[in-house]
Design a protein around this ligand. Structure first.
Ligand SMILES: Cc1cc2nc3c(=O)[nH]c(=O)nc-3n(C[C@H](O)[C@H](O)[C@H](O)COP(=O)(O)OP(=O)(O)OC[C@H]3O[C@@H](n4cnc5c(N)ncnc54)[C@H](O)[C@@H]3O)c2cc1C
Ligand code: SF4
Length: 479
């Protein structure tokens, strides 16, 4: 293990936000809280309240950032929280995991002038965490529940945001999900060290307390047909995300200890949630003392390498066929991984897995960058006779995700999808080609971001509400 990786050995694996040694943070909680408070105020007061709020424009939710920064600087945190919630269903989650360097903070005028961005995400997290602590965030109270109901397939951020917005309007909502816990990738994809699971659980509990029904362990298409859901509800939303992992079809791909990224991340997240995970406990899906090789250069690959570091791997290597400048993952995530001791083997293309029963080595061929391809990125070209073998106890395939075949899965061949398998929608109403069935989130966009899923869920709620009102009006007229 490298020296940089050693600094993580005092992290409690079950609760990685806590250190094993002593309870220092808890002992000094009051001083610590005051420090955070002062820091948030200090950061907020740095906002220049510029005429054109580029941060707000580049936030997919168009959050009213300048105004909640001003309120925070003045110590009016409850009002800041209310304002943050008026455009976002989970500000504390976005504050933690949005790639702010590409969105709000990357466009802060102070950042552009070379003085370092206002740390918008941290302030957003602070405001909302404070609101939770103080008990200002309350379940929705429904005065007049409507008779119409909406079924939502998928409890990721798109489904949850849509559910909350429609519930506020008094509709009956049921969310169906094939996982045992709600939250989608918030609960089982994104690692605990980026997004603590209690943060997701308190949000879903709030929705449950607001009268939204959750039907977990229910695989739509298998356990219940979408046609049955259509009969039960006045409208449906499909928010099922994208889960088919891209394959690495190399010689030796069927050796043991080669895993898709989601298997590795789900095992780690389940462990963090206190579940019994046999494959983790037996050391199969556990990186401790192993030489871990992650194939891929996106954010999922970064989550895998950083999870392996926290599981006390012997070494962690990331294999990517282009160079650092051409990597798809957030540069901040790459920097974090490098700081934690992950070794990046740039310009290397996997050729074969080698081993008897278990994988023992990954053979990679060195690459150089040639002319730009149709996407504008330089095309990697193999350097002849440049292969090297990398010691591998666990190989993790993190090359991204595609949509599953939904028309087949849902037994709805008439559901219209794009050539990539994403659901086609009317871009204004978000309705699919099937009347009363809407779609939102990754299953429409392809693998994207939480903040975009929330935006889609909110937009879908607006359209569904319009649809339901028209449906009701039609019924009344007919009567
Ligand atoms: C490892 C990883 C890390 C990521 N990190 C970040 C990050 O740091 N920041 C960021 O902004 N984004 C991140 N993302 C992307 C982000 O998580 C997604 O863009 C977002 O969760 C998409 O939301 P969604 O609601 O569309 O789908 P999902 O969150 O995928 O939720 C879909 C839900 O639908 C359910 N479902 C699917 N099919 C069925 C069915 N047939 N029947 C019933 N239920 C079904 C699933 O069980 C799941 O709960 C990450 C993604 C991954 C994989
Ligand atoms: S939601 Fe994301 S992009 Fe928008 S202000 Fe918050 S952190 Fe920035």
């Amino acid at each position: 293990m490298t020296e940089k990786m050693l600094k993580f050995t005092n992290v409690d694996q079950q609760n990685p936000t806590k250190r094993k040694i002593g309870k220092r943070v808890d002992d000094f909680k009051e001083i610590y809280d005051q420090f955070i408070n002062d820091k948030a105020k200090e950061q907020s007061s740095r906002c220049s309240q510029c005429g054109i709020p580029f941060c707000q424009i580049h936030c997919p939710l168009h959050n009213n950032i300048p105004d909640w920064l001003k309120l925070t600087a003045e110590g009016r945190i409850q009002e800041a929280s209310e304002l943050a919630h008026s455009t976002n269903n989970m500000p504390e989650i976005c504050g933690r995991i949005c790639p702010q360097d590409r969105l709000c903070e990357g466009n802060c005028v102070i950042e552009q002038s070379g003085h370092g961005t206002v740390t918008i995400g941290s302030v957003e997290k602070y405001i909302t965490d404070t609101a939770w602590e103080k008990g200002w965030i309350k379940p929705i109270e429904i005065k007049n529940e409507k008779n119409q109901s909406v079924g939502i397939i998928g409890s990721g951020p798109a489904g949850l945001a849509c559910a909350e917005e429609l519930r506020k309007e008094g509709y009956k909502i049921t969310i169906y999900d094939r996982y045992d816990r709600p939250g989608g990738l918030l609960i089982y994809g994104i690692p605990n060290f980026k997004l603590e699971k209690f943060v997701v659980e308190r949000r879903t509990k709030l929705l449950r307390d607001s009268g939204i029904k959750f039907k977990q362990n229910l695989n739509v298409g298998k356990d219940i047909l979408i046609q049955e859901l259509q009969k039960k509800h006045d409208a449906l939303l499909i928010a099922t995300g994208v889960y088919k992992s891209r394959e690495v079809n190399l010689p030796g791909h069927d050796l043991k200890n080669i895993f898709p990224a989601m298997d590795f991340l789900i095992a780690s997240n389940r462990k963090g949630l206190g579940d019994k995970v046999e494959d983790f406990d037996k050391g199969i899906l556990n990186a401790e003392n192993k030489n871990v090789v992650v194939i891929g250069g996106g954010d999922t690959a970064m989550d895998c390498v950083r999870t392996a570091v926290r599981q006390n791997a012997k070494s962690v290597k990331c294999i990517y066929r282009r160079d650092k400048e051409n990597m798809p993952g957030s540069s901040r995530e790459v920097m974090n991984a490098e700081e934690e001791g992950v070794e990046f083997i740039w310009l290397s293309n996997p050729k074969k897995f080698i081993g008897e029963e278990n994988v023992a080595f990954l053979e990679v061929e060195k690459m150089k960058l040639g002319e730009p391809d149709s996407s504008g990125r330089k095309k990697p070209e193999a350097i002849p006779n440049s292969s090297i073998q990398i010691k591998t106890d666990i190989a993790i395939k993190a090359l991204g995700f595609d949509p599953e075949n939904l028309p087949k899965l849902f037994n709805s061949p008439e559901l219209s999808v794009s050539k990539w398998g994403t659901i086609k929608i009317d871009l204004i109403t978000m309705e699919t080609n099937l009347k009363g069935i809407f779609a939102a989130g990754d299953i429409v966009r392809g693998a994207s971001l939480v903040v975009w899923a929330i935006k889609d869920g909110r937009d879908a709620a607006e359209s569904i509400q319009k649809f339901l009102k028209e449906k009701e009006l039609g019924k009344n007229k007919a009567a």
